[in-house]
Design a protein around this ligand. Structure first.
Ligand code: SAH
Ligand code: SF4
Ligand code: F3S
Length: 490
């Protein structure tokens, strides 16, 4: 296990070991020496700034980057302009994510002119694209280190090389079948954590770039997952979010196949753990077994994020989603029977190639039928290399914007109604932070994922407390109370 390893005892003048993760600890120790030299020379520790774009998977990967930087001895520097090491963990799911990165890089080049020793690194999904690497080489030559999604576990080794070189170092792999366990990570919150249960995606929805940049689906060994969550629970974590692009197909490719429902049943037994969340569920793989487990579970949160993408069967087929609107509706009815107060949320794309006004109305119709608590709405973004990019009937920006606005209006009025139904009730919330705008208030999260702000003391952060929901303000509540709730059965 990682915490049994003492970096200072590693002889960095010997040959690096070949096996993982020992090899990475060797390079962490090596970088640590560099940090000590830096401190001697400058009278301070070097500062590092990690910035994350994109989804929860990336957020979790960034915790690993931060954990490695902490082990090496870097101080956290929230202001990237002042940092000695800056790393952007990138996303490329939509074109605007890419544009944002180039904008940030442009700004950072000015800071690097003032501090020429600053090292700039880029990693994550966007780096898996050939055209991005070309552009970086041509126009962003001040970047020092570039790596991708498959070799993030090698960060310490790459950093060691980067610290000793003045040239742009690029190490991007096309794919991998490897999962390296026991790399240190730094949790953003002491009381909750994401846990990867699988990597990659095999679904190839026709608009989506994720399978190309994250590679084929690989599930982690259930024993490793349980060991990680047990250690987290022993360290004070009460809520975990199990992460995968399609958690419902977890375990299918393991040597000894295990279902996601079986994994959840085992996670449920872990002492000290109070809440279990997961993301993302693909409707085509949502099983009756899972619905049953959710129905009888005491720890699985009453929230299901079930991306529908479109309400039109014709478009769903072109998207290669492999379900129909009828099947989707059946699923939502089943889950509501099993977990009556469940909150349903979804993702929707407008303007997929060939989408007609009638197709779009089918999407609006699904908003009205399912009555979602929240909908994440996206304008279709063309990703080169995906099948949809070459499809006929690309929708004009004007039509796309018009549909997007109409969808948003429908979503907002329905969600506000749906979210407000808990007014007056008492709910258990996990206190996450002091309120950003009013320090006399705390912010907590309900089982159904809605936030509630209520008066209270910062000592309650990380605790599960009961709060009376006095008033719904659209997508959050104002409440009062805050007595610590007892763990069931204790
Ligand atoms: N694995 C998850 C989604 C990951 S991407 C799932 O299958 O649900 C998150 C969301 O981004 C998707 O649900 C989709 O709504 C949106 N998205 C993905 N590719 C997109 C594209 N090319 N244009 C617009 N939205 C996209
Ligand atoms: Fe993309 Fe589809 Fe995989 Fe989700 S399931 S990551 S939308 S290809
Ligand atoms: Fe973006 Fe990669 Fe996630 S493309 S949405 S960060 S898997």
């Amino acid at each position: 296990m990682y915490h049994e390893i003492h970096l200072d005892k590693i002889n960095v003048n010997s040959q690096p070991p070949a096996e993982e993760p020992a090899r990475q600890y060797f390079f962490m120790a090596k970088c640590r020496q560099w940090v000590k030299n830096f401190e001697r020379k400058n009278g301070r520790l070097p500062g590092a700034c990690v910035t994350t774009f994109g989804c929860q998977m990336n957020a979790r990967d960034s915790e690993k980057l931060a954990g490695i930087l902490r082990e090496i001895g870097y101080a956290e520097e929230p202001d990237e302009k002042k940092a000695d090491f800056v790393i952007f963990n990138t996303c490329t799911v939509r074109e605007n994510a890419n544009q944002r990165l180039y904008g940030r890089l442009g700004q950072l080049s000015r800071s690097k002119k003032q501090n020429p020793d600053m090292k700039i690194a880029l990693c994550g999904c966007m780096m898996q694209e050939e055209r991005v690497l070309e552009k970086l080489k041509q126009s962003y030559s001040f970047v020092d280190l570039v790596f991708g999604t498959h070799n993030i576990y090698k960060f310490a080794e790459l950093l060691a090389a980067c610290l000793e070189s003045d040239r742009m170092l690029i190490d991007v792999w096309e794919g991998t079948d490897k999962i390296v366990e026991d790399i240190p990570s730094e949790r953003k919150y002491p009381f909750k954590s994401g846990v990867n249960i699988m990597f990659g995606c095999n679904n190839f929805c026709s608009y989506c770039i994720v399978p190309y940049v994250r590679g084929r689906e690989r599930s982690r060994d259930p024993k490793e997952i349980l060991r990680e969550i047990e250690a987290l629970a022993a360290d004070g974590v009460v809520e975990v979010m199990l992460l995968g692009q399609n958690v419902n197909s977890y375990g299918k490719t393991l040597e000894k196949p295990v279902s996601f429902a079986q994994l959840l049943t085992e996670v449920e037994k872990i002492d000290g753990l109070r809440r279990i969340r997961f993301m993302t569920s693909h409707p085509k793989d949502l099983s009756d077994e899972l619905i049953e487990v959710m129905g009888r579970s005491e720890k699985i949160c009453r929230h299901l994020h079930l991306p529908i993408q479109s309400g039109s069967n014709r478009i769903l087929e072109k998207m290669n989603r492999r379900y129909t609107r009828e099947h989707y509706l059946e699923l939502t009815e089943k889950i509501r029977r099993a977990v009556p107060d469940i909150s349903l949320t979804t993702d929707m794309i407008v303007g997929f190639p060939g989408e007609t006004e009638e197709d779009f109305r089918d999407t609006l119709d699904m908003v009205r039928r399912v009555r979602y608590d929240a909908v994440f709405t996206f304008q279709y973004s063309k990703r080169s290399g995906t099948p949809a990019a070459a499809m006929e009937g690309q929708v004009t920006p004007e039509v796309m914007k018009d549909r997007f606005d109409r969808l948003l209006l429908a979503v907002q009025s329905i969600s506000a109604e749906v979210c407000s139904i808990h007014t007056g009730s008492v709910q258990e919330v996990l206190v996450e932070s002091v309120n950003d705008h009013d320090p006399s208030l705390l912010t907590g999260r309900m089982s159904n994922n809605l936030l509630v702000h209520f008066p209270g003391d910062a000592s309650l952060i990380g605790k599960l407390v009961n709060v009376k929901l006095n008033e719904c303000r659209g997508f959050y509540y104002l409440g009062e109370g805050g007595q610590v709730s007892c763990e069931k059965g204790k």
